[in-house]
Design a protein around this ligand. Structure first.
Ligand code: NAP
Length: 289
């Protein structure tokens, strides 16, 4: 089956949506892309950059006649966007998204459509940078990166197949998961590290002598806190939309941190060393830089 979309509707033309649009164009996967966002200035920029060909004045107008709809807006906007999409599509229209938490996207779709359409295949690319907006987008963002698809109980097999192929053609490796499993895995591997980075920088920032502390910030601090430069609104939304899984892993982390704190307090050389050795082994064996 040749994968080609005549008209793609892209709701949210920022870092992720813009990068996917660039990828679709680079690999010749579509005829035209019509975008939608709230700022016409940003949309004009997106047309100038060749990321989209045109833009609509509403979500409803943008999705009319589209054979693929991509939702790439902040998590807080999903329900409104799905509601506006629902009036202009058929049961089979292919709809996918890039939201960072999946159970809440599926809940938003259920509320907006009244059921889960056959053409809806939720997804999440595990790729990004700490920048946002269309100017930060680039066509190789998804090269060799993983994309997790979380089909619903109603997603048609052919729809899942098409969305899978689309991501593969723009360079990604696709894996399938249930929405809940996705949310637990991402809470541990992405959401918790961001929460910790924001919290650490906030803690240090509040310390009396913070300006001096930041002046002496070296490699370790910079490596650990780079992600605290990410978009605060996006991460606020992720915390609100993946609350249960984030709290569960955060509580586990707090217990482990307490164990380390007690070991340091007790000057327990062996306990401290064991924790650090196990952590180093786990990272060296499992994480590729
Ligand atoms: P972004 O660069 O800020 O882009 C978001 C886009 O959505 C902007 O163009 C914004 O334009 C538009 N938008 C905001 N509110 C809207 C609304 N109510 N209706 C229509 N358009 C709206 O953000 P991003 O990093 O691409 O993130 C987009 C989605 O991808 C989020 O759901 C995020 O969770 C997910 N994600 C992000 C990353 C990452 O690392 N950045 C990775 C994976 C997944 P206007 O402000 O002009 O409306």
């Amino acid at each position: 089956m040749k994968l080609f979309f005549d008209r793609v509707a892209l709701i949210g033309v920022g870092l992720i949506g813009g990068s996917l649009a660039r990828g679709l164009k680079k690999h010749g996967l579509c005829n035209t892309i019509c975008g939608y966002g709230r700022s016409t200035q940003e949309l004009d920029k997106a047309v100038e950059l060749g990321v989209i060909d045109s833009y609509g004045s509403s979500v409803k107008e943008t999705v009319l006649g589209a054979d693929l709809i991509i939702v790439a807006v902040p998590m807080s906007a999903f329900e409104t966007v799905f509601s506006e999409i629902s009036g202009g599509v058929t049961e089979q229209t292919l709809i996918t998204d890039v939201g960072s938490a999946k159970a809440s996207v599926i809940d938003a779709a259920k509320k907006a459509f009244g059921h889960l359409p056959e053409g809806l295949v939720p997804g999440h690319p595990i790729a990004g940078t700490e920048k946002s907006g269309v100017e930060a987008s680039f066509d190789s963002l998804f090269d060799n990166r993983r994309v997790i698809l979380t089909p619903t109980e109603n997603s048609a097999e052919s729809a899942v197949d098409q969305v899978k192929q689309m991501w593969q053609k723009v360079g990604a490796e696709v894996v399938l998961m249930t929405p809940d499993h996705h949310d637990q895995v991402l809470a541990a591997t992405s959401h918790l590290p961001h929460v910790l980075a924001f919290s650490l920088v906030e803690t240090l920032g509040k310390m009396h002598e913070s300006s001096e502390i930041f002046r002496y910030a070296a490699g370790g601090f910079k490596d650990f806190t780079r992600i605290a430069s990410s978009d605060p609104t996006m991460w606020r939304d992720i915390c609100l939309n993946n609350k249960t899984a984030i709290l569960s892993v955060l509580k586990k982390f707090e217990r482990h941190l307490k164990t380390l704190e007690l070991a340091i307090e007790a000057q327990d050389e062996k306990a401290i060393n064991d924790i650090f050795v196990r952590a180093k082994m786990a990272r060296d064996e499992n994480v590729i830089d």
